[in-house]
Design a protein around this ligand. Structure first.
Ligand code: S3P
Length: 189
């Protein structure tokens, strides 16, 4: 049985938004729903939403897949680091990062120091199901998506666990994850 998290009133959400002095930065595996959850969270808090992958694509005038294909992962990570630094510099906002960004020492340090990192987490089955809807992720092209996701999740978890807020989104609607993030923010701020 799932117990619905009690929702917050508009006034409570407004108070939270007023107390916020840093960007909220969503980290976690591909397919977990960082962009969808991030957009909803930003709308509720009255903040801008920024998607790091979209910003990288806009800056490079190329898709993430094309960047990986033409220039390789190291080049992508370098652009990702610069874009995330710029987004964090922008202050209050909700920022969704690509699943590998938080593995980069410099980026992780910056997010932890200057933002509020939120690890959005799901089980492997849910992630596999969600990534299956799009063929835009270069890291999944070289083999069995389930195997790659399970391996990356295991490798990355110790890093994601450094985020002060951890919310499991499971297979349920993204709105539940948004509510839980708001509650956790209430405890942190
Ligand atoms: C990656 C995740 C992707 C994107 C790139 C690499 C990763 O973002 O940044 O394909 O290393 O996990 P999403 O997490 O938004 O899919």
């Amino acid at each position: 049985m799932t117990i619905d998290a009690p929702t917050l009133s508009d006034a409570q959400i407004r108070q939270l938004a007023d107390r916020l002095d840093r960007p909220i930065v969503l980290v976690g595996m591909m397919g977990v729903g960082k962009s969808t959850v991030g957009r909803k969270l930003a709308a509720l808090l009255g903040l801008d939403f920024r998607d790091a992958d979209e910003e990288i694509e806009a800056a490079a005038q190329m898709s993430v897949s094309e960047i990986f294909e033409r220039f390789g992962e190291d080049y992508f990570r370098d652009g990702e680091r610069r874009v995330i630094a710029r987004l964090i510099e922008g202050g209050r906002a909700v920022i969704a990062t690509g699943g590998g960004a938080f593995m980069q020492d410099e980026t992780r340090k910056l997010i932890l120091e200057r933002g509020i990192a939120v690890w959005l987490d799901s089980d492997v089955d849910t992630l596999v199901q969600r990534v299956g809807r799009k063929d835009t992720r270069p890291l999944l092209r070289g083999g069995d998506p389930r195997e790659i996701i399970a391996r990356l999740k295991a490798e990355r978890e110790p890093f994601y666990a450094e985020a002060p807020i951890h919310v499991s989104s499971g297979n349920g609607p993204h709105g539940e994850a948004v509510t839980r993030i708001l509650q956790e923010l209430g405890r942190c701020l």
